[in-house]
Each structure stands twice: as structure tokens, then as C-alpha cells.
Write a new protein. Structure first.
Length: 319
């Protein structure tokens, strides 16, 4: 029997006003892996497919966010209730901002000026001025979860689980400019499963979690969905309206990201402490790279020129 792993309402209209910043396909790319039971972020070179460094990120790293130029890394800690700002060239911490509660998934504007941090247990979202390294505004929002930037220095999106809506922050007003309600499910996609729900007990996921990550391919043709029931990725073709592939991952697949050109797809695996790196077109796992303890959130960015990561990558490929 199919398992109802994915029931997703796509709210697109509010996002179409902005273009998502893209990296050139020729750029060297780095995968940043937040180790949720550690205090660091593992850095994987996506050319050599090796770990080339670690960046401190606070206790039990939750969120991983990067500026488009790859020079600044932002991580949140659910233990210390902090936002940590790090330099990806030197792998050094530049500053730490104390937050008023338990943070969730943060996002940064393309110019690196503002970071928004949903405060899950505080029914608020903190707007942090990066240069001042302090909160400049707290906006009320019921049960916030994720924040997302779509390539705009003025607007940011934050999801409200309590209000079943997406709220739009306007940085010029330092207030909300719109509240987009979840109206109705437009399509239900049932992902197959080889094992019945609920999934086997996992130390770092709730029993009702059968999937934690999904990602839309850059060409918007496919959705990749993690399955904690089957330890795999299911690939759903949006045009054909069916699942077209199943790819084995490590143990406990969690988060999914694509390279900007869509050639690579990366999946963090919480229970095997590694990441699966796939050739998206060839439908094959190119490497499974060991990282830190219980990796979850991951992000891809370009490699800063002259960075210590680039030097490490050159060293690793020459040996």
C-alpha cells in the first residue's frame, strides 16, 4: 500500500516576483553540512567529494544558511539559543547573537545585511542586523518554522504553522507586508513505501515523521522526497505525475539540496553520519561522505576565492 508521505500545498504566486540567485555552473561548489548533535559544520568539496574542513557553529547546529557569495555562514543552536556568524574563508567565528528562544530555520538576504530567525517557542521571528550583530526587530508570528529568501534584499518569507500561512517581511518597513493563507490542497501525491508506517524507532526523529526533506529540481521538473520508511529517495516527475525512480541513501535520509545546475543532488543521513551525493541525471550515488554527528540541514554555495577550503581541496586532490 502506498504511504502518504507527501501532502504538499504549493503556494507559488508570492514567490514568482523574485528570481532566486543562481551560481555559475563552472564555479567550484562546497556543501555545508550542519551536524545537529555536534558543534560544527562539515565542509565537503563537490569536485573532490571529500571533507575539506569544519567550521564551528554552536552546540547542536540546527540551521545552515549562506550568503550567495559563499563568504558568510549562519548557524543556529537550539541549545544555546544563539545565531553564529562565521567566515567561510578563515573558518573563524565572527560573532554570536543571543536569541530570545529556540530558533528554527534561518535565512539571509543576498547582500548579507539581514538574517531572519524564527523563534519556535516564542511565537516570533527575529530580524538580525548582521553588521551590528544584534536583533533590530521582533515580529509576532504563531508557531514559526522556516524562513526563506527568494533573491530579494527587501522581502523575506516565514512560514507560520499556527496560522497556516506564509508571512512576508518587508525590511524597509520592518513589518509584514502580506499574509498568504493556505487555502486548499491542489494535489495529493502518494509516495510508495516498501515498509509500513510508522518507521522503525529513530533517536533523532519523532515517531510520526516518515519524511523530513524534499526539494524541487532547478528545472522544476522533479521533486525528490526522502523516505525514512525505506532509507531512500523517491523521485516524482511533475509532468508524468508519477514516481519514476528510487535511490538508496544512507541510514535516516533527512535534508535534500541540488547544485544550481541540477547535476548533483545531496542528501544528509542522520543515522549513518554521512551525506549521499548523487548524479541527478544518471540516477546514481557518486559518493557517500562521512561527516559529523547526526547531519541534518545542508546548503550549497560557491567556494570563496583563496579560501582555506580551496587550499585544502587542492591538497586533498594532489595526494
Amino acid at each position: 500500500m502506498p504511504s502518504k508521505l507527501l501532502t504538499q500545498t504549493f503556494i507559488i504566486s508570492a514567490c514568482l516576483a523574485f528570481s532566486v540567485p543562481c551560481l555559475a555552473a563552472s564555479e567550484d561548489l562546497l556543501l555545508y553540512v550542519g551536524n545537529s548533535q555536534g558543534d560544527d559544520v562539515s565542509v565537503v568539496n563537490l569536485t573532490s567529494l571529500k571533507v575539506v574542513g569544519d567550521i564551528p557553529g554552536g552546540k547542536h547546529v540546527h540551521c545552515v544558511a549562506l550568503t550567495p557569495d559563499g563568504r558568510r555562514l549562519f548557524t543556529t543552536s537550539e541549545v544555546d539559543h544563539t545565531l553564529t556568524i562565521s567566515d567561510t574563508e578563515t573558518h573563524k567565528i565572527l560573532g554570536t547573537v543571543k536569541l530570545p528562544g529556540k530558533p528554527n530555520h534561518c535565512a539571509v538576504t543576498p547582500d548579507g545585511r539581514y538574517v531572519t530567525v524564527p523563534i519556535r517557542d516564542g511565537d516570533s521571528v527575529a530580524i538580525v542586523d548582521v553588521s551590528q550583530q544584534k536583533i533590530v526587530k521582533l515580529l509576532p508570528i504563531k508557531e514559526p518554522h522556516n524562513s526563506l529568501n527568494m533573491g530579494s534584499n527587501r522581502y523575506m518569507f516565514v512560514t507560520s504553522m499556527g496560522s497556516h500561512e506564509i508571512d512576508v517581511i518587508d525590511f524597509e518597513k520592518m513589518d509584514y507586508s502580506a499574509h498568504i493563507p493556505e487555502k486548499k490542497v491542489t494535489q495529493r501525491v502518494e509516495i510508495p513505501s516498501e515498509h509500513p508506517a510508522p518507521p522503525r524507532p529513530r533517536e533523532f526523529e519523532t515517531p510520526d515523521t516518515t519524511t523530513h526533506g524534499l526539494a524541487l529540481s532547478p528545472d522544476e521538473s522533479e521533486i525528490w522526497v526522502t523516505s525514512l520508511l525505506d532509507d531512500c529517495i523517491y523521485i516524482y516527475d511533475l509532468k508524468a505525475k508519477k514516481v519514476t525512480a528510487r535511490l538508496n541513501t544512507g541510514d535516516g535520509p533527512n535534508w535534500v539540496v541540488f547544485s544550481p545546475d541540477g547535476k548533483l543532488a545531496c542528501v544528509s543521513n542522520t543515522d549513518s553520519d554521512d551525506v549521499s551525493i548523487f548524479s541527478a541525471k544518471e540516477r546514481r550515488e557518486m559518493a557517500r561522505v562521512k561527516v559529523g554527528k547526526v547531519p541534518k540541514r545542508i546548503a550549497i554555495s560557491s567556494m570563496p576565492a583563496g579560501s582555506t577550503s580551496q587550499q585544502a581541496a587542492s591538497h586533498s586532490t594532489s595526494n
